[in-house]
Design a binder for this molecule. Structure first.
Ligand code: 5GP
Ligand code: ZN
Length: 137
């Protein structure tokens, strides 16, 4: 898409610190990393978000994430990694071109996980029932 930031990066119209490229994906360092080696893995084809990708397209892109992430982790001497996939603006997606964040992690690196919420047993059962119904369609 001509007005998409990541499409411009993939085309080379905007510079990036590319770490990997093949026929399917383009991977480059996030300009505002949470840790050393924070990498964005982006399908070359434009999709606004992962929900726009078919199961096959998403599986193929994730296979690249699965292959690259351990090597990214090792390259920066990290012990572990988180995978981020923000889907939709309410989830924090800012760039509307599907992408996976690979975020290398170190002991006591200052990053924290999401805060947890408490719901009643009745609410939890209702959430589960709604999801079961949606997944069975
Ligand atoms: P989102 O919140 O959409 O999942 O993440 C978008 C990511 O893209 C952010 O972490 C942000 O730092 C990164 N980003 C935004 N603009 C640029 C850019 O011009 N170059 C690079 N390398 N990363 C960018
Ligand atoms: Zn795009």
């Amino acid at each position: 898409m001509s007005d998409c930031l990541f499409c411009k990066i993939i085309k080379g119209d905007i510079p990036s610190l590319k770490v990997y490229e093949d026929d399917l994906v383009y991977a480059f360092l996030d300009i505002a990393p949470v840790n050393p080696g924070h990498t964005l893995i982006v399908p070359k084809e434009h999709f606004d978000d992962v929900e726009q990708m078919s199961e096959e397209q998403a599986a193929a892109a994730f296979a690249r994430v699965h292959r690259l992430a351990p090597k990214i982790r090792a390259a920066v001497g990290a012990l572990a990694w988180n995978l981020g996939l923000n889907t939709g603006k309410a989830a924090g997606q800012v760039v509307m071109h599907a992408h996976w964040h690979v975020m290398p992690r170190f002991v006591e690196d200052g990053l924290t996980h999401w805060p947890k919420k408490h719901f009643t047993d009745a609410e939890m059962k209702s959430f589960a029932a709604d999801i079961v119904a949606a997944l069975s369609q």
